[in-house]
Design a protein around this ligand. Structure first.
Ligand code: ADP
Length: 651
């Protein structure tokens, strides 16, 4: 096929532009990126060879080569991995297919538009941009690649600006060879950083890629004094130049080493390398087990939750190895859904290399390992919560939602997640304006408090202001603030904690059966009697906007509030589910009126003038709209509302 020129996709162009105008301060990470791509490609060919040996074409010595060429100022990285077909080169190298990269660009745009102080560098730290990082150091890159098992090889070339070319070429060995034409700053004496210096390259490989499973080799030019037959250096002889092929990485898998010999930096470097991560991990668990099933696991809690953690395109799962040989990348069935954020790997001699992924995922050994790992992680989290509250809260901020969703999920799946997670969840609370556990909440409940109260809203300030809080505040009862849409679902699934039911402050009967509430009940009944037909007529004026109109016992200083029926969703939950047009998700609205408020008296007066009077009807409507606004819900007809209000103000 002839040479073709392709334009980069618009997003790719943007990314390349960022790369060239270097957003990273450490350019050197390009090498790690290219090496890990090479290593992945070898993994792939190895995996394919398990079912089709022929694909290796007799070349079974997996390796990665680095060639610095001081004459042409090029640095070449080659592998004998799976390689790419012409179409794959166009698709994988020319476009940004990865959702992570797309998400990155979107976030970057958002950050720019909102004028926030987030810099490109902060942003990019959260994403890997792989191959494109080559353009931080290269003026031009050439890829020559031949897919394993295919004849045609492809040459790709680009200067990283607008376009790239692809054409057919000759390539004997399978795999990919990437040649970078280094920019002036990156070679030779006086360079900012010399990427053609063997010792510099060696140190970078040691630093970033020491655990890569395949040998990374490079020729070193050395000088040696010639020796005589006895091996003694010959006096006054001229040193001879020698070329020596060295393997730069130790390849010893980190997880096989003794825990006590591994430094924090080593764990961290391995994490970034192995899982293409950029941030420091938050925590690491290194576990060796010898029981019915033998295994070693190395698991990490990432430093930050990925943007797509809760989207369908996020692929959770641990890597699987058997006797240090890679088997598969994202084994999903090992850990429960609610631990989907955990990154890591498991190496077990009890896993078979040669069975299909489907069978492997169902194997008994894997189930045992998975269960043990999940328990270990939960135990460690419980320990963290106990011993390092600040650390736990940091974890909670990133991944708490996963645990809450885990509890909610039991509604559909059953299982024991509820029991396991209920003591690990935190909610912000009214008492100290801090996060609390349910245990802490329960322990400090006053004798007279029967239920665990929560209030739902957009943020804690909004919740603080909602009228339904008043009755609880006046009693000094602690209220949990639910600001995450999933919170209500979570306690719905829990139903109770240690014998205490959860109660929304905006729903049904608050269950306050103390002396004060006895009095309140009496007052309410009295007010109800005295109001005659008033409540019925308000309900009539509002039609089916509300299911019921009641005298409130929960309001102290506010005039009205809307509450939902005890059974069924709350108003906030209804708003969260508003895109789902399902009657199941519609809250039954109850308008509660404070009989001690001035407004109530005014309403009574208006009512006496006649329930069909326009003044009374407008008043009812305004009252209802007010209650809606307090809940953060806009009226269906804002113009009518504004007009009525204006009319009233002009009176
Ligand atoms: P990432 O590696 O994060 O997916 P890259 O931009 O580094 O993103 O690479 C894009 C894709 O190009 C890879 O997913 C892979 O399919 C392909 N690729 C890159 N380098 C190689 C290589 N050395 N051998 C085979 N395929 C490669």
């Amino acid at each position: 096929m002839a040479k073709e020129t392709h334009e980069f996709q618009a997003e790719t162009k943007k990314l390349l532009d960022l790369m060239v105008h270097s957003i990273y301060t450490n350019h050197e990470i390009f090498l790690r990126e290219l090496i890990s791509n090479a290593s992945d490609a070898i993994d792939k060919v190895h995996f394919a060879s398990l079912t089709n040996r022929e694909i290796l074409e007799g070349d079974e010595n997996y390796e990665i080569y680095i060639v610095p060429d001081k004459e042409s100022h090029t640095l070449t990285i080659s592998d004998n991995g799976i390689g790419m077909s012409r179409q794959e080169v166009i698709d994988d190298i020319g476009t940004i297919a990865k959702s992570g990269t797309k998400a990155f660009l979107e976030k970057l745009k958002e950050a720019k538009e909102s004028d926030s102080d987030i810099t490109d560098k902060d942003m990019i730290g959260q994403f890997g941009v792989g191959f494109y990082s080559a353009f931080m150091v290269a003026e031009k890159a050439v890829i020559k690649t031949r897919k394993a098992g295919e004849k045609e090889a492809t040459r790709w070339e680009s200067d990283g600006s607008g376009s790239f070319t692809v054409e057919e070429c000759e390539k004997e060995s399978r795999g990919t060879m990437i040649t970078l034409y280094l920019a002036k700053e990156f070679y030779g004496d006086g360079a900012e950083e010399n990427f053609l210096d063997e010792y510099h390259i060696q140190s970078l490989v040691k630093k970033y890629s020491d655990y890569v499973r395949y040998p990374i080799k490079m020729n070193f030019e050395t000088e040696e004094i010639p020796r005589d037959e006895d091996g003694k250096p010959i006096k006054d002889a001229k040193p001879e130049k020698k070329i020596e092929l060295r393997t730069l990485n130790s390849m010893k898998p980190l997880w096989t080493r003794d825990k006590k010999d591994i430094t924090k930096e080593e764990y961290s470097e391995f994490y970034k390398n192995q899982f293409h991560e950029w941030e420091e991990p938050m925590d690491v668990f290194h576990i060796k087990a010898e029981g019915t099933v033998e295994y070693t696991a190395l698991m990490y809690i990432p430093g930050k939750a990925p943007f797509n953690l809760y989207h369908a395109d996020f692929e959770p799962g641990l890597q699987l190895f058997s006797r240090h040989v890679f088997i598969m990348d994202k084994c999903k069935d090992l850990l429960p859904e609610y631990l989907r954020f955990v990154k890591g790997l498991v190496d077990s001699p009890d896993l078979s290399l040669n069975i299909s992924r489907e069978l492997l995922q169902q194997s008994r050994e894997l189930k045992v390992i998975g269960k043990n790992l999940a328990n270990t992680i939960l135990k460690k989290l419980a320990k963290l919560l106990e011993t390092d509250r600040e650390g736990y809260e940091k974890f909670w901020a990133e991944f708490g939602k996963s645990l809450k969703i885990g509890i909610y999920g039991t509604i559909y799946t059953g299982g024991d997640a509820k029991e396991k997670l209920k003591d690990l969840i935190l909610f912000y609370s009214s008492k100290e304006k801090k996060l609390v556990t349910l245990k802490e909440y329960k322990e400090r409940m006053p004798e007279s408090q029967k239920k665990i109260y929560f209030a739902t809203g957009k943020d804690t300030n909004v919740i603080d202001e909602i009228p339904q809080m008043e009755a609880l505040k006046s009693r000094g009862f602690e209220v949990l603030y639910f600001t995450d849409p999933v919170d209500e679902f979570t306690v719905e699934a829990l139903h109770e904690y240690d014998g205490k039911e959860f109660q929304s402050v905006s729903k049904g009967d608050l269950g306050l059966d103390d002396a004060e509430s006895e009095q309140e009940k009496k007052d309410t009944e009295k007010a109800e009697k005295e109001s005659g037909d008033l409540l019925k007529d308000i309900k009539e004026a509002l039609g089916d906007k509300v299911a019921e109109v009641k005298i409130s016992s929960r309001l102290k200083s506010s005039a009205v509030c809307l509450v939902a029926d005890q059974y069924g969703p709350s108003l906030s939950m209804e708003q969260n589910l508003s895109d789902m047009d399902n009657p199941m998700f519609k809250a039954k609205r109850i308008l509660e009126i404070n009989p001690n408020h001035e407004l109530f008296k005014k309403l009574t007066t208006l009512h006496e003038a006649g329930k069909d009077d326009a003044g009374f009807k407008d008043y009812c409507d305004l009252l209802y709209t007010q209650a809606l606004l307090i809940e953060g819900i806009l009226p269906d007809d804002p113009v009518a509302f504004a007009n009525k209000l204006a009319k009233l103000m002009a009176k």
